[in-house]
Design a protein around this ligand. Structure first.
Ligand code: FES
Ligand code: FE2
Length: 355
């Protein structure tokens, strides 16, 4: 079927920036290129260190189709492996967060120590000692800074400092080092990871999509400051809501897929993990200054608002995704007043596909 000739957005768009093309949000070749050139090649923020504080604590998440495992070893060091057993390729540990003293594969029960070395292959037969000596989980690189754990799947990782960009400076004074773990949450979405991220990159939709959040935010002061791989959203809070507003108005995004949302009493680390060309898993980790029973209700109020806002965002990005795939829309124009963050994100995405 062909679509009748329509005026094209770019015909009248000499001044304004255009979006990246719709095909980049659904065609498998663009997803494959982003997996290879970005998610498998660069440093990626994987989880908060609060989830892997004590020996044996682990996080098993899948990033861009690769199951990964980060854990605190018996020696107190962070370790990271591909969560793939060297026997017949099962995941060693089930996806999720937990504590274990040994890494016992869920399929035939091979046991790896927390360094990734095979320690036992029960009932295997033959020379088990020799098998153990030459069998190790696939290592990946891991580093942490300010309680944020990064991994890199490349054999020779690019410079870590460059990957952090302006993140550490942007978070200075936010108090995130003092926050303690409260809870995690996960939201599956039917959209490309970029559809969700670019929704995050602008406050333009807040008055329309987020009526509750909009009660707190002074939209006239809203701005997004971009550069050095980060975007910082800053907004004033309406004076009449100063006492009850949960959001402190500091939200920081780090290229490509991470946001750190600072609340009045805590934060949410938000990691947008692609799972397919048109599917994405949103991973949340909530931390608060006070995680005692006395603060539970107040903390829960911040999470309830976060869930409400997330649901509103997920609903709209899934609608947008349908239209990006429907074959009618090709590119659109971006607001010079409100969508500079989207322009910045698109420029970085273009850089990946130009490689
Ligand atoms: S696949 Fe892991 S023990 Fe067989
Ligand atoms: Fe939103």
């Amino acid at each position: 079927m062909t679509i009748p000739a329509q005026p094209r957005a770019q015909d009248n768009a000499a001044q304004n920036h255009l979006t990246i093309p719709a095909a980049w949000y659904h065609a498998p070749e663009f997803y494959e290129a982003e997996r290879e050139k970005l998610f498998f090649s660069e440093w990626q923020l994987f989880c908060h260190e609060a989830l892997v504080e004590k020996p044996g604590q682990y996080v098993a998440y899948t990033l861009a189709g690769r199951p990964l495992l980060v854990l605190r070893g018996k020696d107190g060091q962070l370790k990271a492996f591909h969560n793939v057993c060297r026997h017949r390729a099962s995941m060693v540990l089930k996806e999720g967060v937990g504590t274990t003293q040994v890494l016992r594969c869920m399929y035939h029960g091979w046991v790896y120590d927390t360094d990734g070395q095979l320690a036992k292959a029960p009932g295997f037969g033959g020379d088990e000692k020799d098998l153990c000596e030459r069998t190790h989980l696939f290592n990946i690189h891991v580093k942490s800074v300010s309680g944020l754990v990064f991994i890199c799947m490349a054999e020779n990782p690019p410079p870590f400092e460059k990957a952090l960009g302006g993140l550490v400076a942007a978070l200075q004074g936010s108090g995130i080092e003092g926050f303690k773990f409260f809870s995690t949450a996960s939201h599956p979405m039917k959209c490309n990871w970029k559809t969700y991220i670019e929704n995050y990159m602008e406050g333009y939709h807040i008055p329309v999509i987020h009526p509750e959040l909009n009660k707190d935010v002074d939209f006239n002061t809203y701005k997004v400051i971009v550069g050095d791989r980060i975007a910082r959203h800053e907004t004033g809070i309406r004076p009449e809501r100063a006492d009850v507003a949960q959001n402190s108005g500091l939200w920081v995004w780090l290229w490509p897929n991470v946001a750190i949302n600072i609340y009045k009493n805590g934060m949410n680390l938000e990691i947008v993990m692609p799972t397919g060309p048109e599917t994405t898993e949103l991973r949340y980790c909530y931390l608060f200054r006070d995680v005692s029973e006395a603060a539970r209700e107040e903390n829960q109020r911040a999470i309830d608002l976060s869930f409400l806002v997330t649901q509103e965002d997920v609903d709209i990005v899934e609608i947008v995704q349908k239209n990006l795939s429907a074959g009618v829309y090709h590119v659109g124009e971006l607001s010079p007043r409100h969508e500079n963050g989207v322009v910045y994100f698109h420029d970085l995405v273009r850089g990946i596909h130009a490689k």
